[in-house]
Design a protein around this ligand. Structure first.
Ligand code: HSE
Length: 344
């Protein structure tokens, strides 16, 4: 049995989802993969920071959070470390970076991840900022330090869009990637089609744990644009930045637009695209009206879909959850299993 000690930065939606999965599936993971997960540290600037070298009990973490609204009174060997102290002193094998996303600087997650890689820790991150802005640098740092960096949760939560692209499709020659890459906006558009008001639908998406800490990132298309950058750079040998993506969000779409679309058997969807052209690339995120016969018309709620167009296999489409606490928490489990496979 290989035991991995985890230090988790961020106890928000995804952190709580991950801890539930560890509570409920640790035995299954042990039996199936010979991997045991022990949470030795949690660090959250709002909810408190805890360290126990023998492992923090997931059930106690979740019930204390339910009862008190934070982890400040939860028993631990050391309390109050900041993120860097947690990385330096927890003795964890894997840093799980789940703090909020800043798409401008990638901070503070970027510094945490670099510090962990330089300290010889593997990293699993769901945070899009550092990956969209600095992935080649982070990957190089991981290689130099003989560790792995997992980013499955940055695109389509636990639906393995990154693994499919990087492990299976790269050699098939990916020429275009297109899809519904943001769960919050797809959920809002669906609710509005069913008659809901925009603000009510957004509030529900926040309650369900789909939206970013600042939902402007979702509704104005920045989150989907970051995913287009990540995918284009990973799989199409591009060096995209957010400024290269033509971006329009959904905040200007009115109920009237939605009704008009319905009357013509059409649906609004926020579509992300990156495509190679003779003189470079086209990359965009924008709302598009699609007919109800189009395969993407049936993608509802926080579900996402991605189509990889390849030279050798034609189109391959993957459909699955694009957001959510458990769904994104599971991406971390996928990263850890991949770390285990690559560096047993
Ligand atoms: N806010 C994001 C979404 C979370 O709604 O898709 C997953 O990246």
């Amino acid at each position: 049995m290989k035991k991995y000690k985890l230090a988790i930065i961020g106890f928000g939606n995804v952190g709580q989802g991950l801890i539930k999965i560890i509570r409920d599936k640790n035995l299954l993971i042990q039996k199936t993969f010979g991997v045991e997960l022990s949470i030795v540290a949690i660090c959250d600037i709002y909810n408190g920071s805890l360290y126990n070298p023998d492992g923090l009990d997931p059930q106690i973490l979740l019930s204390d959070f339910d009862m008190y609204g934070d982890l400040k009174s939860t028993a631990a060997v050391v309390k109050g470390w900041n993120a860097i102290e947690t990385i330096d002193n927890s003795g964890a094998d894997i840093l799980v970076e789940l703090a909020f996303t800043d798409l401008k600087s990638g901070e503070p997650a970027l510094s945490h991840v670099k510090h962990a890689l330089n300290n010889g820790m593997h990293v699993s991150m769901t945070n899009k900022g550092p990956v969209a802005l600095h992935f080649p640098e982070l990957k190089k740092l991981a290689c130099e330090n003989g560790v792995e960096i997992g980013i499955e949760g940055t695109v389509m939560s636990g639906t393995p869009a990154i693994a499919l692209g990087s492990e299976m499709l790269l050699a098939a020659g990916i020429t275009k990637i297109q899809g519904i890459l943001n769960g919050t906006t797809n959920y809002i558009l669906g609710e509005m089609s069913a008659g809901a008001d925009y603000n009510d639908a957004l509030t529900k998406a926040q309650e369900l744990g789909y939206a970013e800490a600042d939902p402007t990132g979702d509704v104005e298309g920045y989150d989907a644009a970051a995913k287009v950058v990540i995918l284009g750079n990973l799989f199409m040998d591009l060096s995209l930045t957010l400024n290269d993506i033509y971006r329009e969000g959904i905040s200007q779409i009115t109920k009237k637009d939605i009704v008009n679309a319905h009357n013509n058997n059409k649906y609004w969807k926020l579509i992300g695209t990156v495509k190679k052209t003779n003189d470079g690339f086209i990359a965009s995120v924008k709302p598009e009206m699609i007919s109800n016969e189009h395969p993407l018309a049936s993608i509802t709620g926080a579900t996402n879909a991605i189509t990889y167009s390849t030279e050798l296999l034609g189109d391959i489409t993957l459909i699955g959850p694009g957001a959510g606490r458990i769904e994104t928490g599971y991406a971390v489990i996928e990263d850890i299993l991949s770390i285990h496979k690559n560096r047993p």
